[in-house]
Design a protein around this ligand. Structure first.
Ligand code: 1HN
Length: 346
């Protein structure tokens, strides 16, 4: 869309209507309706080792209880001050040290955890406690009570992903704290997986939640699925082998607002270029490699975090078998008929 020429009469008119909270569409239309996504979100990589060191400093400054959540927010360099890693999503790295209790609360924002380091700390969701291990993907559905604790002797680190900017956009944030630091445990550990994790569903029970009834997807299972699939050597040119975490009740994404994925890039694989409208946060958990985003190249290893903005060309390269967790707002875009992808010619 062409920019409209300025004339003194037009400028005077704009100034006059401005006082009445009016704007002439023809002065702003080109910024509203762009031929392609034009995002302020920038590609970026955070080294886990650097975050880990700062988190250790944070551990000396504040307890999880006082902080409520001891988290360093990953702020996209193009979106500073907004607690956003992409335009629609929030990400942070959380540390829970031995003896910590991150007190129970609940909110309308949905959260995911992807465990980066440590073994055996617990999160409780909706009356069920689960032990966390590296590579586990754990869901905290909207409005479910959740608290975290660490009774082990090692600090625990995980990636938090939340739909905070989406909820902010729709102005539907609700939150409350609890009088009890830790919620009452009403179900045995592993209950949600035992009920829903075996390709069987209760025949007559209708749940109303759009979030998967499984709240922990243990890495042991995820890794096995990838390893079994690897023997088939059916590599996708753009993604290697990429799977989505799914809700067994619907076959849809595990969470209504955030799509979560796990991906194996085999040793020496270089992907064909790919772009999509869902800006994506990646977290490698095994292996080393590099990702090219537009004309920037990011070298990554286990637990590093990087972000690919909407509609930027991406290629991945793995030096050894690599496993990458990722998440984006794809479920929302697909439901609104907005999602678009481009596989180059692959
Ligand atoms: C939250 O509830 C958690 O429960 C982590 O661990 C990060 C960031 C903003 C708002 C709520 C958690 C959060 C959060």
């Amino acid at each position: 869309m062409e920019a409209v020429t300025k004339t003194p009469e037009r400028e005077a008119f704009y100034k006059k209507i401005d006082g009445e909270n009016l704007t002439a569409l023809w002065t702003v239309m080109g910024d509203l309706i762009t031929p392609e996504p034009r995002s302020a979100c920038r590609p970026h990589l955070w080294k886990f080792e650097i975050i880990r060191d700062y988190m250790t400093d944070a551990g000396k400054l504040i307890t999880a209880k006082e902080a409520e959540r001891r988290v360093l927010v990953l702020e996209n360099p193009g979106l500073r001050g907004q607690s956003r890693i992409t335009t629609s999503l929030y990400a942070g790295v959380q540390m829970v040290v031995p003896g910590d209790v991150a007190p129970a609360h609940r909110h309308s924002q949905s959260a995911l955890r992807f465990v980066l380091e440590g073994k055996g700390a617990h999160t409780a969701v909706d009356g069920e406690r689960t032990a966390m291990e590296q590579g586990d993907f754990i869901i905290t559905p909207s409005m479910t009570w959740h608290d975290h604790s660490n009774e082990t002797s090692e600090p625990m680190f995980w990636l938090d992903g939340l739909d905070i900017p989406l909820v902010q956009f729709f102005d539907c944030s609700f939150a409350e704290g609890s009088n009890e630091d830790q919620q009452k445990i009403t179900k045995p550990s592993g209950d949600s997986f035992a009920r829903y994790g075996h390709n069987l569903l209760p025949v007559d029970v209708k749940r109303s939640s759009k979030t998967s009834p499984i709240f922990s997807y243990p890495y042991a299972h995820t890794r096995e699925a990838l390893e079994k699939a690897k023997t088939r050597e059916e590599w996708d040119a753009c993604h290697g082998l990429k799977l989505k975490f799914s809700n067994p009740e619907t076959g849809d994404f595990a969470m209504p607002t955030i799509g979560t994925f796990i991906q194996l890039l085999p040793k020496s694989f270089t992907s064909a270029r790919y772009r999509s409208t869902d800006a994506t946060v990646f977290c490698p958990i095994e292996g080393h490699g590099r990702t090219r985003i537009g004309d920037a190249t990011f070298e990554w290893g286990p637990r590093d975090l990087f972000v690919v903005p909407s509609w930027r060309w991406v290629t991945h390269e793995a030096d050894m078998d690599a496993v990458l967790f990722s998440f984006s707002d794809r479920p929302v875009q697909q439901k609104l008929d907005l999602f678009r992808e481009d596989r180059g010619n692959a």
